[in-house]
Design a protein around this ligand. Structure first.
Ligand code: NDP
Length: 238
């Protein structure tokens, strides 16, 4: 059997597609999200499904320990869980900023701290962090979201340098617009409508599996090849 992969936010969208693809490739999986019933409904073989909020580091670590007891050491962590709550700086509720930083940044740090110590000791392993084109360029109404995704780039590159001597790889995947549930959590109907017409104007967006293929490509390279970053977007996206 292939080695254990941990995927956060596997209950919908990009994470769900990554789970299906890596399962097809033969990996045992630890699938993490709050909606555990959506994880179990995927019905993937050799998949431990755990209801974990990534902002809870203890729960994250406990789920990883449980999976390792069943399937052996984690070979790859895919930090995919994220929230995007768009809003204007003068009106957005600061709780929404807090939630984005807690999930998109703190959740990702929790995941890395949980697996990297052991990966460094074993001198192998891969961490793939899902950022965004919004981690490379800015968009109106995305102030805090862009802040979290620029942080993901900075954190990933910093940690990549820290662990390179241990042959552990860090990869950033930066998708453009993808059809998922991500936009649905934004509370402003006006901003949601604007985002929808932006997607229509560019003639459609990526499918979640387009991103899953990029993840699989990066992970399947030999361990001495580190794909540092992949940015992919709809061809017409600016
Ligand atoms: P979805 O909303 O479809 O999926 C988000 C996933 O994150 C869900 O599985 C959700 O599970 C999980 N999640 C959210 N909060 C938590 C939490 N506190 N603890 C654990 N899991 C959590 O969106 P996408 O698939 O689009 O998003 C996946 C990643 O891709 C995100 O990091 C997003 O920023 C990034 N991205 C998306 C783009 C897009 O256009 N869709 C473009 C660029 C990047 P649950 O609610 O069950 O906990």
């Amino acid at each position: 059997m292939k080695k254990l992969v941990v995927i956060t936010g596997a209950s919908s969208g990009i994470g769900e597609s990554i789970a299906k693809r890596l399962s097809d490739e033969g990996h045992p999986l630890l699938l993490i999200a709050r909606r555990v019933e959506r994880l179990t409904a995927l019905n993937l073989p050799n998949a431990l499904c755990e209801a974990v909020d990534v902002t809870d580091k203890q729960a994250f670590s406990a789920a990883v320990a449980k999976a390792e007891a069943q399937f052996g050491a984690v070979d790859c962590l895919i930090n995919n869980a994220g929230v995007m709550l768009l809003g204007q700086i003068d009106t957005q509720d600061s709780d929404e900023w807090q939630r984005m930083f807690d999930v998109n940044v703190m959740g990702l740090l929790h995941g890395m701290q949980t697996v990297l110590k052991d990966m460094k000791l074993r001198k192998t392993g891969t961490v793939i962090n899902i950022s965004s084109i919004a981690g490379r360029k800015t968009f109106a109404n995305h102030a805090a979201y862009c802040g979290t995704k620029f942080a993901v780039h900075a954190i990933t590159e910093t940690v990549r340098e820290e662990v390179a001597d241990s042959d552990v790889r860090l990869t950033t995947i930066s998708p453009g617009a993808v059809e998922t549930e991500l936009l649905s959590h934004t509370t402003s109907d006006e901003i949601k409508a604007g985002y929808d017409s932006w997607k229509q104007d560019m003639g459609g967006v990526l499918a979640a599996d387009d991103v899953a293929r990029a993840v699989s490509f990066a992970y399947s390279q030999p361990q001495n090849v580190c794909i540092r970053e992949i940015a992919l977007a709809p061809t017409r996206q600016q």
